[in-house]
Design a protein around this ligand. Sequence first.
Ligand code: GLN
Length: 195
Amino acid sequence: MAKIGVLALQGDVSEHVQALERAGNGKVQAVLVRKSGQIDECDALVLPGGESTAICRQLESHGLTKELKAAALSGKPILATCAGLVLVSKEIMGGDEGRVKPLGLMDVKINRNAFGPQKESFEADLMVKGLDKPYRAVFIRAPAIGAVGSDVQVLASIGETIVAARQKNLLALAFHPELTPDPRIHQIFLKMLEE
Ligand code: GLN
């Protein structure tokens, strides 16, 4: 049984646990990650949405920053959603630098306030690479990917704005796949365990 760790310092943790178990069909066990040593025991990791400034601080104070970086570099699949996307990026752009220290794991630049305060939250039907029907995605104070490196595959966009991408073992989304009953995004992630 694959063990999937959900970083549980802050944010929508229990929704991810449920979504993973639903998508995994009894074949995965989701565990909450809070302490040093736990990341090593997991086969894959989810970095949930929340507040990237707070998560970033808590990663440091729980001594998890190094372990998370090592897990990403070792090739463990990582699903980074919303604030998680901000965390794995290599750079924050758009005048919002300095408040979060991104981990630099994925070759993307992030605009934390891409959709502006007037669009704090919304839903959109996305065409996601690898899915044959549109995916109804929930965006909450969503960041967006403003620039991608050559190793990064864009998976979904709204107009010109990139909202989902993959680089090797990292799957990163500006939206919240745990907040909809559609299991397909978590299924894509769990498939990465077999690669
Ligand atoms: N914009 C938030 C941040 O940068 C993320 C919002 C979310 O995770 N729903 O932390």
